[in-house]
Design a protein around this ligand. Sequence first.
Ligand code: GLA
Length: 710
Amino acid sequence: MSRALNTMNYVRQDCAGKTLILALPDQGAPELLYFGEELPAHTNIESVYLVLSSALPNSSLNEPYRLSLIPEAGRGWMATPGVEVFSNELAAWSLAWEVHTVNENVAGFAIRLEDRHAELELIFQIGIKESGVLGLSLELINTGREPVQVVRLASTFPCLSNFTQKMSFYGRWCQEFQHQTSQWNDTWIQESRYGRSGHENFPGVVLGESNFSEQTGEVVGAHLAWSGNHSLRADVAMTGERYLQAGALYLPGEEVLHTGESTKTPELLIAHSCQGLNGVSQQFHREARARTKLTKPRPVHINTWEAFYFDHDLEQLCLLASRAAEVGVERYILDDGWFKGRNDDTSALGDWYVDEQKYPNGLTPLIDHVKSLGMEFGLWVEPEMVNPDSALYRAHPDWVLELPAKEHLLFRNQLVLNLANPDAYVAIRGRLFDLLNHYDIDYIKWDMNRDYVSPSGDIHPQALAQVTALYRLLGELNDAFPELEIESCASGGARVDFGILNYTKRFWTSDCNDALERQTIQRGFSYFFPPEVMGAHIGPDKSHTTSRIHDVVFRAGTAIQGHLGIEWNLLQATDEQKSNIADWIECYKAHRELMHSANLYRLPSVDGCAQTQWYLNDEKTEGLAIYSQLAMPKRVHPDRLRLPALEALSLYRVEVIAHSPMPSHLMQQKPAWWQQKIQLNGASLERVGIQLPVMDPESVLLLRVSVADV
Ligand code: GLA
């Protein structure tokens, strides 16, 4: 449907239990009248518009600006505008839009706007997806005769005035997805200038009414689906409007549009929930599932990194594969160290040829061995990077993404390769295609281990073009090798976002395999992403990144919460350890289908010393609760486990399926129910709950809940 507008129009979309209503004035940008739980069909939209009109305050414009979805400086919005453009010839910095046409499409509405004085057009796309998530994006088109420079192009989402609380994310290498909750009453800005979504600044935030929690409160979760520099802003205007803005961050002069050229923002994803953070997460999980379209169970991995690092010995690698197959592993990933001259992290990135000293007959003998054991084969690569000590760099020093005239600062001894340089792109693409055509490779772990400093191929900044080229390359690989799965890794979780999830099927969540740290990292990750894309590995007893020691139950009970893998030299494991691992792999296989399609609930902990993940299927017939005691409980008995969302009247059987050793130093006797077969209805499991035993810190308990046979 396409229509020309000459008076105030309204459009409404109902989808996935949500309603979106926009007002489209003939002068000015579209206004969000409502986005949230579905409103009755007969709701009078004109009345909604009317009741939202505010009084004319003193000391104000004669006609105050109603906050729109593209706030306009040129119509009197004196806080941060949605779009700012610089032109030498036209007044493009103070924009005022007019709606031109509206197209209803599968994704919602595509609204075309123009500012004739600035000779610019804008296509604003907004709509609710099947997942319930709202998507917003902007495309700016230069219809004028002169080039213009984009200063800001950000999607704006107005929030309710009672949204006074915010949950934001921070982190670092080995400590990704940490979160903090604070009051939101003023300006909050988060920027990533690392060239990737980054360890420090995950491009997401949650805003909501005060005291929102996992289970309660009206909240919106926002995420920018983009893997590069970004800027998020949550602001409160003097007039009281609250709004969130998100877009790619443009370095000075980075985005210049010549006549007829356009640029599009990454999509801003908004999930609204009246059931607190769990409601937000469940919608993001549905959205992730719609993107990854996984068709087979997530196979158990073994990854060679912490087993051998750069020390590749074919015999040992084959032995590891045999041990892994014995315990039930299904996919073998050969990590860093396999290519020419790569004996440590100082050299060889860029030289994507098999090291003939380590592999005299290429990778085929190892791959054949892996395949003969019934496992898939995966290979680590880091295609965006180059070491100065490499044949590639020696031949093409000008292919790096660095200001040529400045000193090139190394980061993990490496530089970024400029993928927007067509020659560099073709060369890297060619190596990847050759490897994939030559070898029987099912999986690629695509790494990216440094931030950008002065990203440029000439004198202009070029961080944006690099991400675009990366997406193109990933897209070409997906098209050419439809069975291939790609994992996004960036020194652990420095590139975890919905932008790259369009091309990948798993994230390497963190280089930290310490189960205690992992519990917090994984919880933060789970606010936006579902378990099946969360790479989680069982490391050795003593963590390589923290030196903490954990037993195999806590390590496995933590890793099982994601896409399970092993990153441990099993050749050094005892028979008892291997048998434990085999049991946990079996447990993972028995529950992965449930966990990887379930609605996930994070359950509250009164003293903050524990966390529980509750996976419940759509039909509410099968559930799995993983209770993790992280620290010593503050009171003798831990909380009762109260399991939400079951069918109130259905009878459920509750079974303990795995647990850490139950300590006699804390508990003389387990609760009476432990030895019995519990059968309780859903209402009682939610409202009464189950009193848990006294457990050691750093221990787990898994309970399976299934509808009882009648
Ligand atoms: C990064 C990754 C690790 C490993 C190494 C290899 O740090 O996050 O998992 O692949 O690179 O160099």
